[in-house]
Write a protein of this length. Structure first.
Length: 441
């Protein structure tokens, strides 16, 4: 997909504005992209129409090419459709604030109830009670008990022979008398839209008057999520969506469909099975995921801002004049890497496929690695930095002790430095500027 977009960006270059004729190809690509992402067809149609309206006649700013500008418009419209900014759980109610969880069986309601409990305890400092109204599967009540414990919240007992409405009322009464801030009500799953169960959750809603009615939906449902969302929207005044299992869904289309159909914000995304696998939903990031391209424009800007062009030119001139690449230059390069906003923030902006290759653990390791290397070079004297050939065993031991690392690590750094020096000699400066230019400098 990224390939297709870049081809398009190329074919549209040299044209100063987005017109009816040049926008058609682009919109076809956008349409394909959304269908590939498993967005429901009616939602795709609406979306493409909106993008077209926004794009037509728009002047293309500065150095951006029309294709790039359109990618920007698409990206922004995607993010806007999925909800701008972030919206946390609304607790503006006379305590206990009741949160009702609704959704199909297996969507992740019980798991998400515990994840939310943990979030509200840790981030909002609330006293949280959970209760299960799922009387159809005894294991479901036990499951909520277990995960509630993991979350550090309190669990209100219920049994399969009780009526969900009675359970809910008793739990609410208990929450009131024991000054809980929040009552999270987990409900029975539905395998499909089932009228009896829909009537039941409507009843629960009427009795509890929840401040949040959250529709929990499995991201892997793709375009099928649309019908489920419609049915729940018709039955209940939903206030928000939680999109679960985004870790297993590479396409991301459900978010767009569900948001469009319900008109309520996606508040959180489930990112793992674990109790802490819940993140505030980030529409912009998700937009990038849907198009599989990341926020390329922002990436280019960030790199341009981060690279110190003057320093790069100075370095190039120095290498060209034969003055040689020393450890000070090496240190400068490490610092530039850090300046570019940190590796992980850069990775956020890369297309999904690329970013997937570098896990977060890899990234924080890489950042730590840069800091350690800086530490080692900072333990050297100015003379040693200019003349690395002075670094023999005694000096290396002193430097290692100063930086708090093993001598082997100093050796590794020197090896890396020598490799880089070799490259610099080959490029003789000219190539270096070219490389920096390619990066946007
Ligand atoms: P419920 O029937 O709606 O209550 O769904 P459950 O909470 O029992 O979850 C069903 C399954 O989905 C369980 O195996 C969960 O561990 C899993 N699950 C829930 N949320 C997530 C998520 O965000 N990521 C992943 N990978 N698994 C999830
Ligand atoms: Mg459940």
């Amino acid at each position: 997909l990224t390939e297709k977009f870049s081809r398009l960006v190329k074919t549209m270059s040299g044209q100063a504005r987005i017109t009816e004729s040049n926008v058609q190809d682009m919109l076809r690509e956008v349409r394909m992209a959304l269908l590939e992402a498993d967005v429901a067809l009616p939602v795709v149609r609406d979306f493409v129409a909106r993008v077209k309206e926004k794009a037509l006649g728009q002047e293309v700013l500065g150095s951006l090419k029309p294709g790039q500008a359109l990618v920007g418009i698409v990206n922004r419209e995607l993010a806007a459709t999925m909800g701008e900014g972030v919206s946390d759980i609304n607790l503006a109610a006379q305590p206990p604030a009741v949160i009702l969880m609704a959704g199909l069986q297996g969507a992740g309601k019980t798991t998400t109830t515990a994840k939310l409990a943990k979030h509200l305890i840790e981030k909002r400092k609330k006293k949280v009670l959970t209760v299960s109204g799922d009387v159809y599967r005894p294991a479901a009540i036990e499951q909520l008990k277990t995960v509630t414990r993991q979350a550090g919240a309190e669990w209100f007992p219920s049994t399969p022979d009780q009526k969900p409405l009675d359970i809910a009322r008793a739990a609410l009464d208990h929450a009131r008398r024991h000054y809980f801030d929040v009552l999270l009500v987990d409900t029975a799953g539905r395998l499909a839209i089932d009228e009896v169960l829909m009537a039941e959750i409507k009843q629960l809603h009427a009795a509890l008057d929840p401040v949040e009615t959250l529709f929990v939906v499995d991201a892997m449902q793709g375009q099928d999520a649309v019908n489920t969302a419609k049915a729940f929207k018709e039955a209940l005044p939903l206030t928000g969506i939680i999109l679960t299992k985004t870790d297993g869904d590479s396409r991301g289309g459900a978010a767009l469909s569900v948001r469009q159909v319900t008109g309520v914000p996606i508040k959180f995304a489930g990112v793992s099975e674990k109790i802490d696998g819940l993140e505030v939903f980030d529409a912009e990031r998700h937009a990038g995921r849907i198009l599989g391209m990341g926020d390329i424009v922002a990436l280019v800007e960030q790199v341009t801002a981060g690279v110190d062009v003057a320093a790069a030119q100075k370095l190039a001139a120095k290498v060209k004049s034969g003055a040689g690449f020393d450890l000070n230059d090496f240190l400068g390069q490490l610092q530039q890497m850090k300046q570019m906003g940190g590796l992980s923030s850069l990775m956020d902006k890369l297309p999904t496929q690329m970013a997937a290759k570098a896990s977060e653990a890899d990234l924080s390791r890489a950042e730590r690695d840069i800091r350690r290397k800086e530490g080692i070079i900072n333990s050297m004297t100015p003379l040693e930095r200019r003349k690395p050939e002075l670094l023999k065993a005694t000096r290396k031991r002193r430097i290692a002790a100063g930086a708090g690392v093993q001598v082997q690590e100093v050796n590794r750094l020197l090896n890396e430095f020598e490799q880089m020096q070799g490259m610099m000699k080959k490029m003789k400066g000219g190539g270096l500027m070219k490389m920096m230019k390619r990066m946007g400098g």
